[in-house]
Ligand binder design. Structure first.
Ligand code: SAH
Length: 226
């Protein structure tokens, strides 16, 4: 048996450990109970290497190989909360674009809040692993694609929500174009050490930006790799 690798978890991956993480996020200001429930529910320990499983419910980013990290739970909760703001309980967003699939953790957290998630990742090996995990967890409303997210996913646009998990210097114009009116994009912007998370809403006559605080993401890089 793969000790602690099952979905429910034992010891440091158990329900009690997850409850502690949720209490912490609540104290830090996450108020959407559906989002908190989803954080409790998604087995984050299955998205990291077995050697790191005991740290999976700490509120930190952890390495997932190739110099990339699984996002910090607080940031995943904050971004999801911003994206779903204003929805009635049980109501879903339509199409959502995610840039930077990474481990697939954030995809898994956001999945029940959208009709469909289109997620892009520039590193092929990460996307293969993410695909496997999402399948294992029977999360079916997700399409993954190996590609450069700076260009967005034009064939599936427009999107009601866009979440970007790596930081560009400026908001990419093609992503702004692929946001539908009334839709929202959550994106970290700026150079390493000076990034700010922004929530950008497309309105009838332009874009409205709201700051969500200082953050630290890996850079959004052009092109693709293995
Ligand atoms: N949210 C993810 C973590 C993402 S880390 C999780 O929960 O695991 C950011 C990811 O963005 C990395 O995997 C990196 O390879 C990817 N990335 C960086 N630039 C990109 C680009 N231009 N297009 C697509 N993915 C990109």
């Amino acid at each position: 048996m793969r000790h602690g690798r099952d979905v429910r978890g034992v010891g440091m991956t158990s329900a009690r450990t997850r409850d502690r993480l949720v209490s912490r996020l609540r104290r830090e200001g996450i108020a959407n109970e559906a989002v908190l429930d989803r954080i409790r529910e998604v087995p984050r320990h299955l998205f990291v290497d077995e050697a790191l499983a005991s740290r999976a419910y700490e509120d930190t980013a952890l390495p997932i190989g190739l110099g990339q990290t699984i996002s910090q739970p607080y940031i995943v909760a904050l971004m999801t909360e911003a994206l779903v703001r204003g929805l009635a309980p049980g109501e879903k967003l339509g199409r959502v674009l995610e840039i930077g699939t990474g481990s697939g953790y954030q995809t898994a957290v956001a999945a029940p809040f959208a009709q469909h998630i289109f997620s892009m990742e520039r590193l092929l090996s990460l996307i293969r692993r993410a695909q496997e995990r999402l399948r294992e967890l029977k999360i079916g409303n997700v399409s993954l694609r190996h590609g450069d997210g700076l260009r967005g996913w034009k064939a599936e646009a427009p999107f009601q929500g866009i979440m970007v998990a790596a930081a560009p210097a400026d908001v990419p114009g093609e992503l702004l174009e692929q946001l539908e009116e009334g839709g929202r994009m959550v994106i970290p912007v700026g150079a390493r050490g000076a990034q700010r998370l922004q929530c950008i809403t497309r309105t009838a006559d332009g874009y409205r930006r709201e700051p969500l605080g200082a953050v630290s993401f890996v850079p959004l890089l052009p092109g693709t790799g293995n």
